[in-house]
Ligand binder design. Structure first.
Ligand SMILES: Nc1nc2c(ncn2[C@@H]2O[C@H](COP(=O)(O)OP(=O)(O)OP(=O)(O)O)[C@@H](O)[C@H]2O)c(=O)[nH]1
Ligand SMILES: [Mg+2]
Length: 295
């Protein structure tokens, strides 16, 4: 398909009133580790759709940590991209925060704080029921740079994480591999497919240093957006019971919180029997030295 045609499809996507079940926008929620290219992906999408390169989502620190807010960017009448704070450690607190975001339990455009406080997040999840959001159709997008390595022992963690994201949205996350041309993309694509990803697409983001238009980069970005819309259309064609789904998601989330609290307590108990033998997850991350590599 030609680039122009693809762009028209993306730009003209609308929910049909008779089958939309009250949806009025697609939220592409980006998540991933620090510095893997989430904000650059938003700037790239905007560039491809509008034709002018502007930095709308601040990007640029090699090891990440720049974006602290979960911020929404409208890119067409029906599509909004949501940038996010990058994971540091992918510990239970960070994961539960992301699951709650994906399940539309938390408001957009707020600073993201990885609080080690399960009671606090449960309070925020309860507050969401004051004004439940049924109009946003969330598509999870996991951004990962091919320049980073997934260690074997971390793979099962990512696999569980992608599965849980599916539980929270009904959609298998689209995996976007950034820095496509700078390392072994094919091996990384295979790896993510083995971890349960259905759609893995490589891109070379446009950046402030290099935003010379290329057909390959344009097509890569547009293909991701088209895939997301096809996923939405596929699911909308099956009438969904949104209220029931929301209840199931809330139960899933609360079970995760419960399991995490239990695991934390067990860890603390075993440490008090055996002091000094068991560093915390946060300390372990620091010892390895590179937070963005730790899953
Ligand atoms: N060559 C190249 N550089 C990229 C690509 N994606 C991102 N970058 C660069 O990588 C760095 C980090 O990119 P960001 O978009 O800020 O990453 P992020 O995931 O938003 O990071 P934080 O929000 O800071 O955690 C920047 O210097 C970008 O210019 C890519 O596909 N190719
Ligand atoms: Mg960012």
């Amino acid at each position: 398909m030609e680039c122009e045609q693809l762009r028209d499809i993306v730009q003209n996507f609308r929910f049909h009133p008779q089958d939309a079940q009250g949806y009025n926008r697609v939220l592409l929620q980006l998540f991933g580790y620090l510095g893997h290219g989430k904000s650059s992906f938003i700037n790239s999408c905007k560039f491809v759709l509008d034709g002018e390169y502007k930095i709308i989502a601040e990007a640029g620190i090699k090891d990440g940590g720049l974006t602290m807010e979960r911020k929404s960017y409208r890119v067409t009448d029906s599509i909004t991209l949501v940038d996010n704070r990058g994971f540091g450690f992918m510990n239970d607190f960070e994961k539960i925060e992301i699951y709650a975001q994906l399940g539309n339990f938390l408001p957009l455009d707020e600073t993201v704080v990885w609080r080690e406080d399960f009671g606090e997040i449960m309070g925020r999840i309860e507050d969401a029921d004051m004004d439940p959001n049924y109009s946003d159709y969330t598509v999870p997008v996991f951004i990962y740079s091919v320049q980073k390595m997934i260690h074997t022992e971390e793979e099962s963690e990512v696999k569980r994480f992608l599965k849980a994201c599916q539980e929270m949205t009904g959609i298998v996350p689209i995996v976007v591999l950034t820095h496509k041309t700078s390392a072994n993309y094919i091996a990384m694509e295979q790896k993510f497919k083995c971890l349960g990803a259905e759609v893995v697409i490589g891109v070379e983001n446009y950046t402030s240093d290099d935003h010379r238009k290329t057909i390959e980069k344009h097509m890569g970005i547009l293909n991701i957006l088209k895939n997301a819309l096809e996923d939405v259309q596929f699911h909308v064609n099956y009438n969904r019971d949104l209220r029931r789904e929301r209840i199931e998601r809330k139960k899933f989330l609360l079970r995760m919180v419960h399991d995490s609290v239990t695991a934390k307590k067990q860890k603390e108990d075993s440490r008090s029997f055996n002091p000094g033998s068991n560093p915390t997850e946060r300390q372990r991350g620091t010892e390895k030295g590179s937070s963005c590599m730790i899953l």
